[in-house]
Ligand binder design. Structure first.
Ligand code: KG4
Ligand code: ZN
Length: 329
């Protein structure tokens, strides 16, 4: 069964064809990064308009590349995300499903991220501990079975990606901040500044807003500081906490492996640190390719296929929901 996936929740317009939830046949991503860069962040109205302009060609490219005229189902992200942006993809997906007379399935964007690892490594054994770190979310999840998730912990304030973006903005590194800090940190000393590791030994929840404030306070007090040292030390503080909690969760649950998901999972230090920690603990780590970590439609098509197997098609009046929560047990 070939599922066409459509993703327009934020600033990437993406379409992909995935077979049986496991094999990526085509995947096209059109990024709006250049459009939003000069505003220092995503401008929702501009994002919606850009989705309207490029969605049809992106879908056409994904179908042509896959050699598919009519897919067997259409999956689209229905939330969470920017409402105007979501509506573009959801409306297009419903219209296509209607004219092609194939099922429509609404997909939770976060569930899509959870499926990214399984798409690249279908033999991953469940249960898994997944560290889902993106621009809007920071969650530690136990993937008990397909479609069954247990929320172990989450951020009580800023998401990890949000902290990267805000700190980068303060340091004048531009948007998006994550990749900019990742790159600059390579030239800095991660031990130069001892930024706080918030809530390191307290449960599975995270907090990053204090860290952001510490960075601002430090730079104000030390204006001559090397920006690369600030970037490297900030990044080390974020990664230390993320890895320590994921590691502890896997230990507590006896989970055989840990995987990364979401845009921040593209971070070089986080990827290396998680692989190293798992090696030390004799656990499997799975780190998806960078393209699979950031927003794409292959993960939506895969999660859509699994949802179709478990719940069947979604009604055509399924709304886009900017605040959609991950269904947890
Ligand atoms: O998953 P994603 O593409 O979109 C959301 O669903 O939010 O994640 C975007 C986030 C942004 O905050 C971006 O700065 C961050 O992922 N990011 C990174 C890196 N690449 C993207 N953060 C740290 N290091 C990176 N290399
Ligand atoms: Zn995302």
């Amino acid at each position: 069964m070939k599922v066409l996936g459509i993703e327009t929740s934020c600033d990437e317009t993406a379409a992909a064809v995935v077979e049986d939830g496991r094999t990526v046949v085509s995947s096209v991503v059109s990024s709006q990064v250049d459009l939003h860069a000069r505003f220092g962040g995503v401008v929702p109205e501009l994002a919606s308009r850009a989705h309207v302009e490029v969605l049809n060609p992106v879908v056409a490219e994904a179908l042509v590349e896959a050699g598919v005229e009519v897919p067997d189902a259409v999956a689209a992200t229905v939330g969470p995300g920017l409402i105007g942006a979501l509506l573009v993809g959801v409306s297009a997906a419903k219209a296509l499903a209607l004219v092609w007379d194939v099922p429509f399935v609404g997909v939770n964007h976060l569930e899509g991220h959870l499926y990214a690892s399984l798409l690249e490594d279908p033999d991953l054994e469940l249960p898994l501990v997944v560290l889902l770190v993106s621009g809007g979310h920071t969650m530690l999840i136990e993937m008990v079975d397909h479609g069954r998730y247990r929320l172990l912990g989450q951020t009580i304030d800023d998401a990890a990606g949000e902290a990267f973006d805000k700190v980068a903005r303060y340091l004048g590194l531009g948007y998006p901040g994550g990749p900019a800090i990742d790159k600059l940190a390579l030239e800095g000393d991660p031990k130069a500044i001892a930024f706080p590791r918030s809530m390191l030994n307290e449960g599975y929840d995270f907090s990053f807003s204090g860290l952001k404030t510490s960075v601002v306070r430090y730079v104000k007090a030390h204006p001559a500081v090397d920006t690369a040292d600030v970037a490297a030390s900030f990044q080390a503080a974020v990664v230390d906490v993320l890895v320590a909690k994921a590691r502890r969760a896997a230990f507590d649950l006896g989970a055989p492996g840990i995987c990364l998901a979401g845009g921040v999972a593209a971070n070089s230090l986080l990827r290396d640190a998680l692989v190293l920690a798992c090696k030390e603990d004799g656990r499997r780590s799975f780190v998806p390719s960078r393209a699979m970590c950031t927003d794409n439609a292959a993960m939506i098509a895969a999660a859509g296929w699994w949802r179709l197997q478990s719940d069947g098609p979604s009604p055509l009046d399924t709304p886009a929901n900017p605040n959609l929560k991950l269904r947890v047990v």
